[in-house]
Design a protein around this ligand. Sequence first.
Ligand code: BGC
Length: 742
Amino acid sequence: MATNNTDDTTDRIEALIDRLTLEEKIDLVHGDDDPDELATGYLPGIERLDVPSLSMVDGPLGVRPGTATAFPASIALAAAWDDDLAHEQGEALGRETLGADQDALLAPGFNIVRVPQGGRTFEYYSEDPYLASRLAVGTVEGVQDAGAIATAKHFVANNQEQDRHEVSAEVSERALREVYLPAFEAAVTEGDVGSVMAAYNRINGTYATEHEWLLSDVLKDEWGFDGYVVSDWWATSDGVAAANAGLDIDMPGIPVSQWHAEESLLHDVIERLPDTLPKQSIAKLASTPWLPENVNPNLFDRSPFEVELPEAVRRGQVAESDLDEKIRRVLGQMERFGLFDDEQPSGAFGAGEHRDVATRVAERGAVLLRNEGNVLPLSPETDSIAVIGPNADSAKVGGGGSSRVTPDSTVSPLEGIRERVGGDTRVAFARGTEPIDDTEGVAGVNFDLSEFAPGGSSSGDGAPGVGDAVVAARQADVAVVFVQDDAAEGTDRSLWLPGEQDRLVAAVADVADRTVVVCNTAGAIRMPWADDVDAVVEMWYPGQEDGHATAAVLFGDSDPSGRLPVTFGRRLDDYPASTEDRYPGVGLEAEYDEGVFVGYRHFDAEGIEPQFAFGHGLSYTDFAYSDVAVDHDGEPDATVEVTVENVGERPGRDVVQVYLGPADAPLERPPKALAAFETVALDAGEAVTVTLDLDSRAFAYYDVEAGEWTAADGEYTVLVGRSSRDIVAERTVIVEESTIVE
Ligand code: BGC
């Protein structure tokens, strides 16, 4: 049974709990209609007792209702490898949340990028638990410092969109502890996050919303989480099991037809159906041929907490004291964030309030993957530039699904480049192929409704062909080709670029003097043309300021200081989860039997050469490392010092990365794992000495039998480098005694 007492409950909350009726108590633990139709999830509060409402809103790339600042995708933020920047973006997100009259932000999301095809990789940070942890803490603290409640999602092992409502991650405790849980743990123990969202999927056969070991034993008891656990939307099917396991709030509590009516694409679909079809009951649509089988079955129901708990409490199936504990957690956070006394800061929202932050993050997340012959940066005095690409005249704001933000203005790459160059530069534009449509993706609904969307799907103007692009490329000094994918929540993606884009790049590269490819993708992609082009820049989904940030990077106003937070393999088989058993799984079970060998840990262990390694990213200047020293006293921790000098001719930014290779242990460990990093900005000729701390967890593995983190004794290798495959210095340290660490 979930009986965890929180520390920061107050007399007021205890007094309220005493006065609440059973019905009122249940109303405080499930969502209902938001009269303003703004919130993604809404608890109405209890008027009789002056308990205010609680409004939760999506999401990680910006807030959802109305127009808001559209920030770069989370993976772009992650690529900057900078927890201070994460704090800054988090703070802006928190201010927008409050500015939109909402209390809790349904972000950040930081599931580990286990399969590169994941449809939501753009919403997450990394394949590496340490990097994900640092960014999770930075973002959570930023959101909460601004005065909004942050929500760490999706707890846990929600690593694919395919079958997400049913699939069971068959995963060992060791892999959970070492790979999938650390960022959540850090968000709780360091970030003091107010809320955690329980995922859709099952973990070892049990739904995340009903997983007592995860929700109560690990999250609440072990880590001391004292906020509330909210379900993902319509994730709960068994209210009693979920209540007893430790779920505190069931969301959204209402059937999809009632939810977010204004915004829901599904709602539009219902409205557009012929009169002869029932409009009010989405449930009836289930019998129509176009509704596929994999729709979340809970979409059509009211909250299982509302429906099941009254009787369950009366019968003693759910202890009333457990219900009180949920309320203590919910009201505790509402009190902590000033909801009771109207003490919330005011925030700021919309009209690009945080445009500068959005631009800066997009620039900082840019990863220069390749730059043969220093073709980049471009000179603004270049005579002629051919801007090519099916969508180069629109900003890549984000991906589809619940993280979609509507900005009030956008800057396309074409506009950004035109604005940046002087009047003497000729900028030609050719699409080269049909535009790639954004996939909408509807939260909770696993299928593409675009053909039913208002206006239908666009086919662009005319019928652009590769021929136009080839002509433009031939006539220009440099061709910049913009390619993009169309990732969306609810479906996984192909690693191949959609449409004819690969053919387009190859054709341009064939004829252009110099070819630069800018990728706007959700994560790793296949790049069959990588060796044939001069430069490749990964800009991810840069948000509303796309064109400004992209131009700043291309013309060298900003050094592309991003580093890959995920490995780019050469082919699908290179990645660890490339068998059907592992992904997407067989019989709705995905075997995580690669264990802790996720991402670069697998590439290293198997000796596979990636296309672009984890941590890789070039700069427009050069850096030299010297005086690498390790301070160590036989305990499982160490301090590394390294002097970094900008030996090039331009200002730039570098990310010093420290990996740790383990001592022999009674179990197999990855050859190395990221243990510390530091981002430094240096003028030409400037040098700085960076100090990086390796904590005891970096040395340890999780000993499942003992239930402890253990650092084996023996020799560890400290690897200092510029990527996981570009190690410039190695030192050894010896841990004298096998040690149990915190
Ligand atoms: C997503 C969540 C989101 C929720 C509410 C779900 O489909 O998985 O990330 O917060 O919808 O929109």
